[in-house]
Design a protein around this ligand. Structure first.
Ligand SMILES: [Zn+2]
Length: 284
């Protein structure tokens, strides 16, 4: 099986297209993004459908072909308007429909997973509604693309580590660990020990196999008492979490995660920084 080849490599990529993409010779056409990713030494790319699953199937196919040619592994970020927790009429049904649409487009693209924001805490039993939503989607979509609920950074959102692990346990999904979001809920990731504690907890829940290839978003974050305020850039020293603190845990548990950088306006720099840090560690 061809796609097995990339499995034991760490993935480094950007979330969408940062300013440097548009400044590059590839930047005139969005369809060139994966070629640009390859040209700067990265191997992963998160395609954003955050404002709608509106990519034409032909465009999805073309992106997928380019991704195969240039050895770039794809993930898709699902639309923000997918909200299983809403009590507004029709929103749940529409969210199921849009999630299925996103999965089909991701499949055409050859993406292996879609990442989604689970919802909000403004109605009773939100976790039950999210679990129900995922189960409805799985009744309608039987393809190979996985659904990954993401840890979220605001207290008004469903998405603490415990909530995401519960959703995963009840649906068979794998988590997307957004470390910026995890830290934004009170500042829990300030040392290598903090990362180790978190990763051991997740390992005990999902098992070492799923942990090994876990999908991650990484960037430093600014937060207040409500949680996440804004993403910061990887080189801004006053902000956490720091990739240096995750590094020893990657080594200890022999992880080969996909590391998607959401560093503010510098997603490419953030991803390349993580790659350099891992390579340096492997040389020693
Ligand atoms: Zn997200």
């Amino acid at each position: 099986m061809k796609q097995e080849k990339q499995k034991f490599e760490i993935g480094y990529g950007t979330s969408g297209n940062p300013p440097n993409f548009f400044k590059s010779k590839f930047g005139k056409k969005r369809i060139n993004a994966v070629e640009w990713i390859n040209s700067i030494g990265l191997n992963s790319y998160e395609y954003l459908m955050t404002y709608g699953a509106r990519t034409r199937p032909e465009a999805a196919r073309e992106i997928g072909e380019k991704a195969r040619i240039f050895g770039v592994s794809l993930s898709v970020h699902a639309p923000y308007y997918i909200v299983f927790t809403s009590d507004k009429k029709g929103v749940f049904e529409n969210s199921v429909k849009e999630m299925v649409k996103t999965l089909r487009l991701a499949e055409i693209m050859g993406a292996k997973k879609i990442i989604f924001h689970p919802g909000f805490n403004n109605s009773p039993n939100p976790v039950d509604k999210i679990v129900k939503g995922i189960k409805e989607v799985k009744k309608k979509y039987h393809g190979p693309v996985k659904i990954l609920p993401e840890t979220m950074g605001k207290f008004s959102q469903v998405g603490s580590v415990d909530e995401i692990l519960e959703i995963c346990e009840r649906t068979g999904c794998e988590p997307c660990l957004d470390f910026g979001h995890i830290h934004a809920r009170g500042g829990s990731l300030k040392s290598p020990e903090d990362f180790r504690k978190l990763i051991v907890k997740i390992k005990n829940k999902i098992g070492v196999k799923k942990l090994r290839e876990v999908h991650c978003h990484f960037y430093p974050v600014e937060f207040d008492d409500k949680g996440e305020k804004r993403h910061r850039a990887y080189f801004e020293e006053d902000y956490f979490p720091k990739f240096e603190h995750f590094l020893p845990v990657i080594k200890e548990f022999n992880l080969t995660p996909t590391l998607i950088s959401e560093s503010r306006d510098s997603q490419d720099g953030g991803a390349l920084y993580m790659k350099r840090m891992v390579n340096k560690l492997n040389e020693n």
